[in-house]
Design a protein around this ligand. Structure first.
Ligand code: ZN
Length: 247
């Protein structure tokens, strides 16, 4: 079976209300679906702290109800939360009324105006009835962290080739993906940093003398393309990557 990591561009025209990425952005947006769960969400928060990046957690209402302290912790640490329905309903399997109520119920436990449909399955006609205050956040790059038939190495290779600034990435914070995400996430963040630096240089958005250029000059391990720059030092932190939709 062919797995499509990168969402085709035509999705943006078919579903204009849904946000699939940010073409003018120089940031990559990291998102986690289906939590919060005790072990995985905690581990991810700790890893994000260590890597100094922010993310958005699309929480299932039933999990948020069970672990309200985790929802608070996500926000306290400067990340964002989003609504992922109350019981992770597939929009194509339930009536619009049931679906709307599930979003409303989840909203009691998830203070957010961001919404992501579970499985990305949402009949187009539902879009117009989702409360206009909500931004419907889809994704432009699916990690397939849930698919054990795809080696983590392959996912990282795809990430290196496909992810671009403005992309919205999806991973998961549930037990089913625990082992894979624990291997994948730290390496993915490191590789995103490389991509970010590389594109800043390549697209000329880094100007001589700008803070970004200074940052790169003091050393960024991303500069594997020696024709662009050379640097032997490593950055100890990545303060400029903010993976959080600023909507
Ligand atoms: Zn989900």
């Amino acid at each position: 079976m062919i797995r499509i990591f990168k969402t085709p561009l035509f999705a943006r025209w078919i579903f204009p209300r849904r946000i699939w990425g940010f073409s003018s952005s120089d940031t990559v947006y990291l998102t986690f679906d289906d939590g919060p769960t005790e072990e995985m969400t905690q581990w991810i928060l700790k890893t994000l702290d260590e890597k100094k990046v922010k993310a958005t957690f699309f929480c299932v209402g039933a999990n948020a109800e069970k672990f309200p302290e985790l929802v608070s912790e996500i926000e306290t640490k400067g990340h964002a939360v989003g609504n992922h329905t109350m019981r992770h309903e597939k929009g194509t399997n339930v009536s619009e009324d049931v679906y709307q109520k599930s979003i409303e119920e989840a909203a009691r436990h998830i203070p957010s105006k961001l919404f992501r449909p579970p499985y990305g399955r949402l009949p187009r006609k539902f879009d117009s009835n989702i409360h206009p205050n909500y931004k419907i956040i889809m994704w432009s790059w699916l990690s397939y962290d849930f698919d054990a038939s795809i080696p983590v190495e392959t996912i990282l290779q795809k990430a290196g080739k496909q992810i671009r600034p403005g992309d919205i990435l999806v991973l998961h914070d549930n037990e089913k993906v625990e082992e894979r995400v624990k291997t994948l996430l730290p390496q993915l963040i490191d590789s995103l940093h490389e991509i970010w630096c590389y594109f800043r240089l390549k697209t000329g958005t880094v100007e001589q003398g700008s803070p970004y250029m200074m940052l790169l000059e003091i050393g960024c391990k991303c500069l594997t393309n020696s024709t662009i720059a050379n640097s032997g030092q490593e950055m100890s932190e990545h303060p400029l990557i903010i993976m959080r939709p600023s909507l």
